[in-house]
Design a protein around this ligand. Structure first.
Ligand SMILES: [Zn+2]
Length: 341
């Protein structure tokens, strides 16, 4: 049965979205700013998430408008956080994107392995309009090894994040994700080290599956400066657990464009996720291409998961709007130093 996907959007999604949608996790990049294309190397993890080599801000905003055609779309955006990236070029590219386009809120890649001085960070934070840090991942794909959060931010990054009340968007490493005791200790350490920063765990701490969220979410109780972005999380049960444990004020709608601009859905199969997509996307790990079914944008599936969880938990419309917009805007515009949040 053919479905008009735009009709589906109007009926199922439009009624639960606020006038402006803030997407708290997106990328913009150019392979001209890379030293190599990860999937053309034979490095471990290089073929984990194959995507397009060029994703300019115009395309990001076009994807946002395609997904939410009757809403204003704004996005927190950052570059390509892998060892392939030339930091200076990537930083200049993201700063220019935010300068040239309304509604883009840039983050700069940060981490001790980048070798950036405090002075250089301060220059780009002052001149580039950056609202915070996207913590640099010094590895490809799912080659997380035994990385610890304590290695991913150095004294310079921690001090700046705290002094300037920055957003610190962190993709947690290790196979166990946010359920790993090492990671939980790392999140607590980070929350303690920079109490004035807004720490955001990408992809709900990489808990795409209910079993992962169930094992992880308890660790965020009492950590009032830690939020979660919902990028690529499409299981309503995962969001429901998060809402039950930490409430609606600490969730931020997010997509991970360009990834969530694909049409399809991330589903759970046994103990891993699988991206089921329509034809036309490059082969990638855990990506299955199929025909004979209708699919909307993955971004819709993320929003639908929030919709269903919000209904089941019984949060108010205003609280749901907060997930799609207001919660994130507070993080991007913190009260001046000295004020309490
Ligand atoms: Zn991402």
């Amino acid at each position: 049965m053919a479905t008009n996907i735009n009709e589906y959007y109007r009926q199922e999604l439009a009624p639960v979205l606020p006038p402006t949608v803030l997407d708290f996790h997106t990328h913009t990049w150019s392979a001209d700013n890379w030293k190599e294309r990860p999937w053309d190397t034979d490095k471990s993890g290089g073929r984990y998430m194959v995507t397009q080599p060029f994703y300019p801000p115009e395309q990001l905003l076009q994807d946002g408008r395609a997904c939410f055609p009757d809403r204003t779309y704004e996005a927190v955006c950052f570059g390509y956080p892998t060892p392939a990236t030339d930091w200076e070029k990537d930083t200049a590219y993201v700063a220019a994107a935010a300068r040239q386009h309304r509604g883009l809120w840039p983050l700069v890649l940060a981490g001790p392995d980048l070798g950036v001085s405090r002075e250089r960070y301060e220059q780009v934070l002052d001149a580039g309009g950056f609202r915070g840090f996207k913590v640099f991942l010094n590895w490809y794909g799912d080659d997380y090894g035994n990385k610890r959060i304590e290695e991913m931010l150095g004294p310079v990054e921690l001090a700046l994040a705290n002094e300037r009340r920055l957003v610190v968007l962190l993709h947690v490493p290790r196979r166990g994700r946010l359920a790993d005791p090492e990671i939980q200790a790392g999140v607590r350490w980070l929350a303690r080290e920079c109490p004035r920063a807004s720490i955001v765990l990408a992809h709900c701490g990489r808990c795409y599956l209910p079993s992962e969220m169930k094992a992880a979410i308890g660790c965020l109780r009492g950590l009032t400066n830690v939020w979660m972005d919902t990028s690529m999380v499409m299981d309503p049960l995962v969001i429901q657990m998060a809402l039950n444990e930490i409430g609606p004020g600490r969730l931020l709608f997010a997509t991970d464009f360009p990834v969530a601009a694909m049409r399809g859905r991330r589903v759970r199969v046994l103990n891993h996720w699988v991206d089921v997509v329509l034809p036309g996307y490059p082969p990638s790990a855990y990506r299955i291409t199929g025909e004979g079914f209708e699919a909307g944008y993955m971004a819709w599936e993320i929003a639908l998961a929030i919709r269903w969880a919000a209904e089941l938990v019984g949060i108010s419309d205003a609280e749901r709007d907060g997930i799609f917009y207001g919660n994130g805007m507070k993080l991007l515009n913190p009260e001046p130093c000295g004020a309490r949040r």
